[in-house]
Design a protein. Structure first.
Lengths: 546, 302
């Protein structure tokens, strides 16, 4: 396809122009862009907070910022990254763009609801940004009571309102995906022919719908106790502080799976494409997603082994936490086995995918330390925990997100990104990430507690290593921002299927037309039929527009 | 305890190290061996292998069960102190640790203990949640407002160790640190008697008991308006509601602050609350006094 026909062909990007055509769009692909731009903004805000934290921790004394400021920085880093970047990242950007395309639909089931979700997300974001600008909040992203509900003098209520509001955007997106996946699959696209990304999105949506209301309730109760001094969590008013932790983690543990399951979905797409093979054990990968979503709801108490819950409750939660590790292990083994006798190309998305396996494996294995009761007693609330969840959420979820963005960038924009730069960036991120977070495992073993503004001098060497790694990581994150924007104008024209991938989204031009497909596709084969020609897998029936 | 925990830690490290290395080696080997040599390669599909799937489900499951049982055993021990433990009371507040020894000596942000003796800590907070963390002993426990939590440890070597607050508790969280000083038993005894005119916690509790006029109702004979407290501690108490509870530290604390919560069978619910009239430190002294009221000697000495 040359530039001339490219410019003439009408697609979702050039069908209309102007800010209104974007702000009032109901096209899932354009809404994906609205999310992409908003969460990128939040990512760099959260990154700025992280940078200040790492700078402060260069020395054992508190010399860059004051204790109160430091506490606000790690709180706002957590709140921004978790609620306004990680949770919406893959579902709202890649999920929005890809779910209808992958199942051969013209849009999501409820396009206007989809747009409403974005506005709700932005409203929640504005509340939280306002809270940050008006002095910030210092409770930690976990909002433990009674500190958050009574003792903190910062903008707790407004921040909590922001998270509460944003939750509705998650619920509506989840609802939209579930209905779409149930009702709008193309003819012949049975459940077991679905791409694994769709399975992952489905499992994530279930958690969105079932889990989010609980954190909404928990945070509302914090606000109620704070504003009206109603005794819910503070024992001084007859409340129970541990009750909050149960409510909070009932959502926030499954929320970890909201962040990692979509990345696992992306992973399955990347590994298969860049080894040109069907996934090893499709059914096991698909059902392990569902198993994670289900068991994930029963393990919240492993955050509370030393919180004063009964020893026996601790044992039950430890056992269940061990069980939730198994489906993750199954996935890792199956991805690795998929590489066996494949045809492996190391393009940038694949570098992210392989990095994901390594980092997620370390993150998962260190999770076992935390699930093991007596060991958790030692490393709980230390830097070991910080390192563990950054391996899962940054090493896992962010690597998956970036891999996915690179992989589908040609589809979203019609242009390719500069491959050499992308490979360099992927390597920089991998190295910088490990240098930042591996020393934190050691710090945790040695006993450095988390959320410490000043720390004993013997921990300094490891902290300096971590901060040095963070500066490398920052370069790695800024690079893609620059070259991806550059490629919007100067990237080579991509063509419909630059990776020679299988999947319905590659059977339509890049960028896709507004209705995704000119004619309704009919699917005759499971996903990932890399040994066959696309024509053997998909046929195109009567014109889609009636 | 720290030694036994470290054995488990090394086991976990070995398992984690093995699997992380295995996966990384496999990935690197596959990437090199099966690298794409021509753009038109089309590998044969391998759909899966049930035996392999079972193998890599069962092996991790077995290993995690070992971790679970091993970890749970040590965990259970940490929260079940031996009977002969030395009991020390700790009150946490933003941002300091207040320690009371049974013999009466108290200290702030420091805890002196004898080595080779089980130490049971009884902890509570005056405000938000804190956490008593001693990395060298591999123990930590949240310190909650409104109730007592306990755990125990035994130090094996004299020395000075870090005490950290591990649960975020506000502005000066990272300043809520202290020292654990482990001493030879003889030196600990000397240290205990170092301060002039200390009275034991139980005696201080007895004074409070009289000052708050508890003794006017809780007569030793049991003939008063409230039940006798002699020999109460550790016993089962029959409640008005038909339930029974064990009279432990948390029960006594609750009965002082919220007397209506659990009414002893056979007594009218007339006790007023002492909320606001007595500090957390004071309640701990009264609990120590009630513990000392045994049938054998009415009151144990010091």
């Amino acid at each position: 396809m040359n530039t001339q026909t490219m410019e003439r062909r009408q697609h979702y990007l050039n069908v209309s122009y102007g800010i209104k055509s974007w702000l009032f769009t109901t096209d899932h692909k354009r809404i994906a862009w609205l999310y992409l731009i908003s969460i990128t903004f939040f990512f760099f805000i959260g990154g700025l907070f992280a940078t200040l934290i790492r700078l402060e921790l260069l020395t054992p004394q508190g010399d860059l910022v004051q204790a109160e400021t430091y506490n606000k920085l790690f709180t706002m880093h957590g709140v921004t990254m978790i609620f306004f970047f990680l949770i919406p990242s893959i579902p709202a950007v890649l999920g929005n763009f890809l779910v209808p395309m992958m199942i051969g639909a013209r849009d999501l089931a409820f396009p206007r609801l989809n747009l409403a979700s974005w506005y709700i997300f932005i409203l929640g974001g504005l509340f939280t940004l306002t809270a940050a600008a008006a002095g910030g909040v210092d409770t930690g992203w976990t909002f433990y009571t009674p500190y958050s509900s009574i003792y903190s003098n910062t903008n707790v209520a407004l921040t909590v309102m922001g998270i509460f509001t944003t939750g509705f955007s998650s619920i509506l997106t989840g609802l939209n995906f579930v209905v779409t996946i149930h009702r709008m699959r193309a003819p012949g696209l049975t459940w077991f022919r679905l791409p694994l990304f769709i399975w992952a999105m489905y499992a994530t949506s279930i958690i969105f719908i079932l889990g989010t209301p609980v954190i909404a309730i928990a945070l509302t109760l914090v606000a109620v106790e704070r504003l009206f001094h109603l005794g819910i969590f503070d024992p001084a008013f007859g409340g129970d502080p541990v009750l909050f932790q149960h409510l909070f983690w009932f959502y926030s543990h499954p929320a970890v799976y909201i962040m990692i399951l979509p990345a696992m979905g992306v992973e399955s797409e990347l590994i298969t494409c860049f080894s040109r093979k069907r996934p090893f054990g499709y059914g096991f990968i698909a059902f392990s997603s569902v198993a994670i979503a289900v068991i994930g709801f029963l393990v919240w108490g492993h955050h509370m082994f030393v919180a004063g819950q009964s020893v026996h409750a601790g044992m039950v939660f430890s056992l269940l936490s061990m069980l939730v590790a198994i489906p993750s292990a199954i996935k890792v083994f199956n991805w690795t086995a998929t590489l066996y006798k494949g045809s492996i190309a190391l393009d940038a998305p694949m570098l992210y995918a392989l990095g994901f396996i390594g980092l997620f494996t370390i993150g998962g294995l260190t999770g076992l330390f935390l699930a093991t009761l007596a060991v958790d007693v030692h490393v709980h609330d230390t830097y070991f925990v910080i390192a563990h969840f950054h391996y899962i959420m940054v090493g896992g979820a962010v690597m998956g997100y970036l891999g996915g963005i690179h992989f589908w960038w040609p589809k979203m924009t019609g242009r390719t990104y500069p491959e050499p730069w992308a490979r360099v960036a992927a390597l920089i991120i991998f190295v910088g990430f490990n240098l930042t977070f591996f020393p934190q495992f050691v710090l945790g073993f040695l006993g450095m507690p988390r959320r410490y503004h000043v720390y004993p001098p013997e921990f300094q060497v490891l902290n300096v290593m971590s901060s040095a790694g963070a500066s490398i990581l920052a370069v790695g994150y800024i690079l893609p921002l620059l070259y991806l924007i550059w490629s919007l104008r100067y990237g080579a024209i991509a063509g419909a299927n630059p990776w020679r991938a299988r999947g319905l989204e590659w059977e339509t031009p890049s960028p896709p037309p507004t209705d995704n497909f000119e004619v309704t596709p009919i699917v005759t084969e499971g996903a990932y039929a890399y040994e066959k020609e696309p024509e053997e897998v998909y046929t195109f029936g009567e014109p889609a527009r009636v | 305890m720290a030694v036994r925990l470290d054995a488990l830690l090394y086991f976990l490290l070995a398992v984690a190290g093995f699997f992380a290395t295995l996966i990384c080696v496999l990935i690197v080997a596959f990437v090199i061996k099966y690298r794409r040599r021509s753009e038109d390669e089309r590998p044969q599909p391998i759909l899966g292998d049930l035996r392999l799937e079972i193998f890599w489900t069962v092996v991790p499951l077995g290993l995690t069960m070992i971790m679970f049982v091993w970890g749970a055993r040590l965990f259970y021990i940490t929260y079940h102190p031996p009977r002969d433990s030395l009991e020390i009371n700790v009150v946490a507040k933003q941002w300091m640790w207040k320690v009371q020894h049974p013999e009466g000596r108290s200290e702030i942000d420091e805890l002196h203990i004898p080595m080779a003796r089980p130490i049971k800590l009884i902890l509570t907070s005056q405000d938000v949640i804190h956490d008593f963390f001693v990395p060298a002993f591999r123990v930590k426990m949240d310190v909650l407002p409104g109730r007592y939590t306990t755990f125990w440890f035994e130090a094996t070597k004299p020395g000075v160790y870090h005490l950290f607050c591990a649960q975020y508790c506000g502005t000066q969280h990272s300043g809520m640190v202290g020292r654990i000083v482990v001493m030879e038993p003889a030196r600990y005894q000397t240290w205990l008697s170092g301060e002039t005119a200390v009275i034991s916690m139980a005696s201080a509790g007895e004074k409070l008991f009289q000052r708050l006029a508890c003794n006017t109702c809780h007569l030793e004979s049991g003939a008063g308006r409230g039940p006798s407290l002699v020999g109460l501690f550790g016993k089962k108490v029959q409640l008005q509601s038909g339930q029974t509870v064990t009279a432990d530290e948390n029960y006594i604390r609750e009965s002082i602050l919220e007397p209506q919560a659990k009414i002893t069978a056979g007594y009218p619910p007339i006790m007023p609350t002492f909320k606001g009239l007595v500090s957390e430190d004071g309640i701990m002294q009264i609990v120590a006094y009630i513990k000392s009221l045994t049938h054998e000697g009415t009151q144990a000495k010091k």
